[in-house]
Design a protein around this ligand. Structure first.
Ligand code: IVH
Length: 676
């Protein structure tokens, strides 16, 4: 064959193999070997070739994950082997009973080896691979017959269309869980709600709803993932003897397996695993509702067999439920520090995920209307991790007679000002500004909070008491509290000592710098990072408030929305009055950026740093001086010994070299955040 014109067929197959490897490194191992742009280039090269030779495109080509044509209906398909369910244990006693039965069945006195895994809260599917190629994907359905979702499953990037490596069995049916990772789920719901579209009650519904889309292109947009959990059928080739060795084998072939899986001994090992995982439940990037214990050895499983529709060799141990039902005793409206009105359901107290819940958010009035939550209703309440409990849905079947839909408010419940419904926003707001006591309370609570002015000892109750007793009306009044010592001492639970401490904390807050002060003012859209970016860009309060909307956008990550919000805030007479009052406070550092000395520490002591490209917010000289003050040695060229590269815009060969050598690179914004 002519060397200069490679066989396109071979070339395409090579590209497919390369892309499969990169796909696996990127999606499953989270460790890409090439850049997105390089991947795209290879992908497009393959696409172009396949366009020339359309008759040569195999169904497992990486280009075939695109989704294809919508289906008119799902086809029902019988499973090769029924997909069983699991028995549950809810207590240590029940677990002990399970373990006893397993030992009895296996004629063991102790120490059964169990494969243990999280119980993923998703949708079970069966994947059939013929000689290493994905040929069918079917939902669990009733366990005997499911629905074919091959086109949909093919859009899930982590599922191999062709297994990596070799030695694949002729026929292999594996089962696992398709799930919606939490971060993607939250992002999806936020976007759906903002667009006034249907959101999902929980990640499981989101996974099911996304998989059961007749149009696979919709499934493709949903960031679904999959973890293997059990074997259906294995034909040809030697089957691994244990769940653990099977899992390792599948991992090598590119099948995603849950990284939390482990092997333990006996019931003690199971319980330790349960407790350890329950503690980490909120840190996991996906939802789990318990753990599953399975006899590790397949020979042991065969011996134990099945009862009815569940195996004797496995059981699920559930965590406390995160969704429970209770009744709505009242619906109230909370007024936030920016005037946002949030409907809240007051509930008959109920334990969810181990914590007693009495309130649940209804998010906003659009959501409230959509869910049609009424006083007296039975509702499903959900609490996950640190997230505020929320009402998922109404149990319509249990709705008592004569309930009424909750009307959206016309007046603010705290100050009676008219409610504003800004166009294009789902949030209703109180129009009373800082004359509204609820907004005032929220604004002061935020001002004194740890990440803002950090006034120690000023808790929510004290802020409320100060407002109630008319000792303060705005954040500016905090700085004249020193003249009201006697009145402060009179307050509930305050004494000489605590008043002294409080006044000292207020005094200390004068040392906070511009970025914290900006954040503390509770300007809409100005979070901690934006406040930092604004402070570093403008360096002083005066320069910031003189800036027109266009120059405001010169600061990192500040766009029109933030700029508009700042302009509105500064032009509001009430805010101007408070700021004028704050400007009278003596001896404070709020109006400029603090000269941070990192507490005298030199975090870059001995580190060689290279500056490259153009810096926008400072001269190279300033950056160099700053780095040197932190202990860095500045060098002009990148080598293995370089510890850090600060790359501005238009960085060229030095940046490239750093990337090749795996040297840490930061852009200007990150440099400012970390080192200025
Ligand atoms: S093993 C014979 N392992 O739970 C069944 N199942 O209640 C063997 N599930 O439909 C299943 N996580 O889809 C197993 N790590 C895990 C699991 C798991 C979730 C699901 C499974 C099944 C349901 C049974």
């Amino acid at each position: 064959m002519n060397r200069s014109t490679p066989d396109p067929k071979q070339q395409m197959e090579q590209l497919r193999q390369t892309l499969r490897q990169h796909n696996h490194h990127y999606h499953v191992l989270d460790n890409p070997l090439i850049s997105d742009a390089e991947y795209d280039a290879l992908f497009h090269q393959l696409l172009a070739l396949e366009k020339q030779f359309p008759e040569e495109i195999p169904a497992d080509s990486p280009t075939q994950r695109v989704g294809g044509e919508p289906l008119s209906a799902f086809i029902k398909t019988a499973h090769l082997q029924p997909m069983l369910s699991l028995e549950n244990v809810f207590s240590v006693e029940e677990l002990a009973e399970f373990d006893r039965r397993v030992r009895e069945g296996l004629s063991l006195t102790e120490g059964v080896v169990y494969a243990v895994e999280p119980k993923l809260d998703g949708v079970a599917v069966s994947l059939v691979y013929g000689s290493g190629k994905l040929i069918r994907a079917v939902t669990r359905g009733d366990g005997r017959v499911g629905e074919e979702v091959t086109a949909q499953v093919k859009t899930i990037n982590t599922i191999p269309l062709t297994l990596l490596g070799g030695g694949h069995p002729e026929l292999m049916e594996i089962r696992g869980e398709i799930f919606f990772p939490l971060a993607a789920f939250e992002q999806f719901n936020e976007q759906a709600m903002a667009a006034g579209q249907k959101s999902f009650a929980n990640p499981r519904n989101a996974a099911a709803g996304s998989l059961r889309q007749l149009d696979p292109k919709i499934t493709k947009e949903r960031a679904l993932n999959f973890y293997f959990h059990s074997l259906g059928r294995w034909q040809g080739a030697q089957q691994p003897a244990t769940h653990q060795s099977l899992t390792l084998q599948l991992k090598e072939w590119g099948v995603p397996v849950c990284p939390e899986g482990a092997v333990v001994q006996g019931m003690r090992g199971c319980l330790d695993y349960y407790q350890q995982l329950e503690q980490r439940r909120d840190q996991l990037p996906y939802e789990i509702d318990g753990v599953v214990y399975k006899v590790d050895a397949f020979a042991g499983r065969d011996k134990l067999g099945f009862v009815a529709r569940a195996p004797r060799w496995a059981t699920a141990h559930k965590f406390p439920a995160r969704e429970v039902t209770t009744t709505v005793e009242a619906i109230t409206i909370q007024v936030g520090r920016t005037g946002a009105l949030t409907p809240v359901a007051r509930l008959k107290p109920v334990v969810v995920g181990g914590v007693t819940v009495t309130n649940a958010t209804l998010h906003n009035f659009q959501e409230l209307a959509r869910k049609d939550v009424r006083i007296g209703d039975w509702v499903m309440v959900r609490r996950a991790g640190d997230v505020i409990p929320e009402v998922v849905r109404v149990v319509q079947e249990k709705r008592p007679p004569h309930t009424l839909a909750f009307p959206p408010p016309v007046r603010c419940p705290a100050c009676d000002a008219a409610v504003i419904w800004p166009t294009g926003e789902v949030v209703a707001r109180c129009g009373g500004g800082l004359s509204c006591p609820a907004q005032r309370l929220g604004a002061i609570k935020h001002f004194v909070s740890r990440r803002a002015m950090d006034i120690d000892g000023m808790g929510d109750k004290l802020v409320a008491a100060l407002l109630d007793n008319k000792l303060v009306a705005s954040v500016a009044d905090l700085y004249s509290l020193a003249q009201k010592r006697q009145e402060l001492i009179q307050l509930d639970r305050m004494g000489e000592k605590s008043v002294d401490n409080l006044l000292a904390a207020i005094e200390a807050s004068k040392q906070q710098d511009l970025s914290r002060f900006l954040f503390a003012l509770a300007i809409r859209e100005v979070g901690e990072t934006t406040a930092k970016n604004l402070a570093h860009h403008f360096q002083s309060w005066d320069k910031l408030i003189e800036a027109d909307p266009e120059s405001l956008q010169g600061a990192a990550d500040v766009g029109q929305v933030v700029a508009d919000s700042l302009t509105t805030f500064f032009s509001e007479p009430h805010n101007q009055a408070i700021i004028a009052q704050l400007q009278q406070v003596e001896g404070c550092q709020w109006w400029q950026v603090a000269r941070l000395d990192h507490g005298g520490e030199r975090p870059l002591e001995g580190v060689t740093v290279v500056l490259t490209g153009t810096l926008e917010k400072m001269t190279r000289q300033q950056a160099k001086a700053r780095l040197e003050s932190l202990g860095a040695k500045i060098s002009g060229s990148v080598s293995k010994r370089t510890g850090l590269v600060v790359a501005g815009t238009k960085a060229g060969s030095k940046l490239k070299k750093a990337q090749e050598l795996g040297v840490e690179v930061v852009n200007e914004a990150v440099f400012i955040q970390r080192f200025l």
